[in-house]
Ligand binder design. Sequence first.
Ligand code: NAP
Length: 291
Amino acid sequence: MKVGFIGLGTMGGPMVLNLLQAGHEVTVHNRTRAKEEALATAGAKRAESPKAASLGAEVIVTCVSDSPDVETVVLSQNGVIQGAAAGAVVVDMSTISPKVTRRLAAALAEKQVQMLDGPVSGGSEGAQKGTLSIMLGGEAEAVAKAMPVLEAMGKTITHVGPIGSGQVTKAINQVIVAGTYLSVAEGLALGMKAGLDMSQVVKAVGGGAAGSWGLTNRSENMIKNDYPLGFRVRLHHKDLKIALEAAEELGVTVPIAAYVAQIEAGLMARGFGDEDVSAIARSIREPSGLG
Ligand code: NAP
């Protein structure tokens, strides 16, 4: 299919490589244009703006940071909305507010362009391997149109409900990740202080009821106290703010998510906002005397 792709960060770059590998015709745009070069070498076309990347595309994917960034990429003068043809499907794979998602979908609908929210989980590893979990909100017809593109990037592709449902599902995902990472950090600190062989500990508990993606993929960071990307602390903090807002609106108590958001605000203030989110282990290691 003809695909326009905007946002070539940690996630977007490898997602485009998988689209190319699956035989799609991809035109890419990134605000920092130099990031387009490696993808052009791999066979993508380059476009000077989100509008230009959208011209002639059947499916247009956006994968940028936060709600205002998607608004800029879609609605600005050189935005997707100016280039997308009637009948095209825009899939926003960024993690943003469900409210903003619904607003963008309404603006695109005026031009007969359909929108899906398709936030993802599975980390940079999932983006590289094409094994992301994609949480979709929108019309079934648009989901069917975009499916060949989605299948090149993800393994678990779930149509949850109407527009915005994907983003609410992603908020649920991030609430669960917050609690899991913090618990993994606490458990590992116990093991380290007890002087155990931590690779054996991770093997033992990972095979039982305490097994989790965070334990398998991020315990090494927490043990070494080194947090390469991954998923930035500041992006997870942004996601928890979306979850806290939704919880407030729905009248749900989410104390662990609120606590982790506070830990992350402290990490950002100390200059750790661009570390991987497993850096929340610092908040357990340091008061435990583990440095
Ligand atoms: P990233 O590495 O920080 O990249 C962000 C991308 O967004 C860059 O291409 C950046 O362009 C672009 N961007 C930001 N603001 C923009 C604006 N105002 N106008 C145009 N482009 C803009 O982020 P990422 O890790 O790829 O994450 C992208 C999205 O996926 C986020 O919503 C994140 O929450 C979500 N996500 C990430 C992960 C993960 O493990 N990393 C996992 C699941 C979901 P420049 O290059 O010019 O800065």
